[in-house]
Design a protein around this ligand. Structure first.
Ligand code: ATP
Length: 355
């Protein structure tokens, strides 16, 4: 859908910000541009909507050279979300979102109706529509930025570090929301970040840029983690890439041990040898009691949970983080489904490699 063909960009007097870039993004997929600061990610993104013009080469959208389309008209077919939400401070949230539909000729009423729908799509309360941007939290402003980018229903969304100004908890929430939105909207998204974890979670395909605007690798995240093309990419994706790659391996076929879990209210008759898994009344894990200790107040919490059907990374992490050394598997309702130990997960990893 978006294609770069031998694209180079040199700003006045400088060396290349982007050097001979060729890549094709997939329609309806998220393509992430990642790399250290100054390696040409933003420049590449902005050449898609002609905010920056290439020095050489061609950027194509659906096979048409973007240089042949008037820039203003081209930009209206692409939503653009940036790090600072870029909202107009003197317009209400609703009017901010309605800006592009108005430019596209929608009536004020129709544009506002569309804006109202979009508030809901991005998970914001209708009454926030009457506020001004300064009266919103950073995370809410970013959601409005996403709503505004979606307002004209463009097939392409360009996102430049859209979530980097918010705290990690809100960022994770916004990332999840974006994936959920994307499942319904199936936009073609180009997403810039310098955060490799964000790239790996978000991207259907990831373009890793190196210094000098050189594309070092362009592949699905699991492939980059498994087989980085060179030392730069290996170093950039980090030392624990082997562990992170397990996040892309489904944990099917793991044999669970039955869990002799006991509800917190019924500890009286519980055997005292070994660690004991304690649950709440609904059968959800509440923590572990160490060997010989059966007082409910001594429960040790902590330990991640392995949700059945998730990845080998979560399975192994549940083991590594468990006070008892056994990972707790839970079903979709969060109830204890069994226990898993390190040997079982490692055997499964080994079987995956040989199979
Ligand atoms: N308008 C400009 N004029 C001159 N040089 C520029 C201009 N914009 C960017 N550059 C230079 O081009 C190079 C690439 O910049 P770009 O913003 O594309 O990188 P980036 O990978 O997005 O960086 P960051 O992660 O820091 O935002 C940098 O060396 C930068 O200084």
């Amino acid at each position: 859908m978006v294609s770069f063909r031998n694209v180079t960009k040199r700003y006045a007097g400088g060396q290349a910000a982007v050097e001979n870039l060729s890549l094709d993004t997939d329609r309806g997929a998220i393509t992430v541009f990642v790399g250290p600061s100054g390696c040409g990610k933003t420049t590449s993104l902005r050449m898609i909507n002609r905010m920056v013009e290439p020095t050489a080469g061609t950027v194509l959208v659906d096979g048409t050279d973007v240089a042949r389309r008037p820039a203003a008209a081209l930009r209206r077919t692409m939503g653009y979300v940036m790090q600072s939400s870029g909202l107009l401070p003197h317009r209400t949230v609703l009017d901010n979102i309605a800006t592009v539909p108005r430019l596209n000729g929608d009536s004020r009423t129709a544009a506002r109706r569309r804006a109202q729908e979009l508030l809901e799509v991005v998970g914001l309360d209708q009454e926030l529509g009457r506020r001004y941007p300064a009266q919103l939290s950073g995370g809410q402003q970013q959601r409005v930025g996403v709503a505004r980018a979606l307002a004209a229903d463009p097939p392409i969304l360009l996102m430049d570090e859209p979530f980097s100004a918010v705290d990690p908890v809100v960022r994770t929430e916004l990332q999840r929301e974006l994936l959920r939105l994307q499942q319904n909207l199936a936009k073609t998204i180009a997403f810039v970040t310098h955060d490799i974890d964000e790239a790996m979670v978000r991207g259907d395909k990831v373009a890793v840029f190196a210094a000098g605007g050189r594309l070092a690798q362009f592949a699905p995240p699991a492939d980059i983690l498994r087989a980085p093309v060179d030392d730069f990419v290996a170093a950039f994706v980090g030392r624990d890439r082997g562990f992170r790659a397990l996040g892309f391996e489904p944990a099917d076929g793991l044999t669970l041990e039955p869990a002799d879990a006991v509800p917190a209210g019924s500890l009286g008759g519980a055997a005292t040898g070994g660690w004991l898994l304690v649950t709440d009344d609904a059968g959800r894990p509440a923590g572990w009691l160490p060997p010989g200790v059966r007082e409910p107040e001594a429960v040790v919490t902590g330990g991640s949970l392995f949700v059945l059907g998730s990845s080998l990374r979560l399975a192994l992490d549940s083991v590594l983080s468990s006070p008892s050394g056994k990972g707790v598997a839970v079903d979709a309702a969060g109830r204890v489904a069994g226990l898993v130990d390190a040997e079982t997960v490692l055997r499964r990893i080994a079987a995956g490699r040989s199979g």
